[in-house]
Design a protein around this ligand. Structure first.
Ligand SMILES: [Cu+2]
Length: 252
């Protein structure tokens, strides 16, 4: 009899451990004080953010970690947040080592992360010196910028000229509190996917690997658009509610 009782207690303890974080209050959101302005590589960027349990109650009882991944190289950067000011408010300083697109998230441990809108970090401003080597580099950068704006112009003209019927398709995924609908979507390359948050709560769309840019937190009624140009399978998850998952399959 004693042994049976002991085993039952062990089972109960085991269950409690498994539901621990969920029972302790489930989930939290992280919102930046303000949208990032121009963030430049090699320059410290300080920002503040608010952590709210259930997107409602500010809490200091978390250990926020900022995690960023460079989309082209996979380089990872982590920084801890520090509590400052009102309850639930933290700040952090991040210095991105290189320019480019950085996926990033803030995880208010023990709660799951909120993924932030993917950030394009700018290259450091060209230093104005007269050394020949630096002049060369500046010229290359300027040429690159010219090429970019040139390409954009062509795309705009093409979009205007194309008859409606020939425009690339747009497909909608509806976000509700029970998940993404449809949760699995097959599309052709060039299709634009629009996630539309039709729930009363905030959710996000964060690609699991480096598949596509993240949405950042989407409030009720917000949309996030992403065009898929290359074939592949792209899994994504809602940071605050990791049971919400979806898959985009781009078929050739
Ligand atoms: Cu969600």
């Amino acid at each position: 009899m004693k042994r049976v009782l002991a085993r039952s207690i062990l089972v109960v303890v085991g269950l409690l451990v498994m539901v621990g974080p969920a029972a302790a209050g489930g989930w939290a959101t992280v919102r930046l004080d303000e949208a990032p302005a121009a963030v430049v590589a090699s320059e410290p960027w300080q920002f503040g953010f608010l952590v709210k349990q259930h997107d409602r109650t500010p809490t200091n009882d978390v250990e926020p970690v900022v995690r960023a991944v460079h989309m082209a190289t996979g380089e990872v950067l982590t920084v801890e947040g520090e509590q400052t000011g009102e309850v639930g408010h933290f700040s952090a300083v991040v210095t991105f080592p290189m320019a480019g697109d950085w996926k990033w998230e803030i995880a208010p441990n023990p709660f799951g992360p909120t993924s932030m809108e993917t950030l394009t970090v700018l290259p450091p401003a060209a230093e104005e010196r007269s050394e020949p080597a630096r002049m060369d580099r500046t010229a290359t950068v300027t040429l690159g910028a010219l090429q970019v704006s040139f390409t954009l112009d062509i795309e705009l003209i093409a979009a205007d000229a194309a008859p409606t019927g020939q425009r690339a398709e747009t497909v909608e995924i509806v976000i509700t509190d029970s998940g993404y609908t449809p949760s699995r979507l097959e599309i052709l390359p060039g299709t634009e996917v629009v996630w539309s948050n039709q729930s009363a709560m905030a959710h996000d769309v964060g690609s699991d690997n480096l598949g596509f840019r993240d949405s950042g937190l989407l409030d009720a009624g917000d949309e996030f658009r992403q065009r898929f140009t290359t074939a592949g399978t792209f899994h994504y998850t809602c940071g605050p509610h990791p049971f919400m998952t979806g898959t985009i399959v781009v078929v050739e």
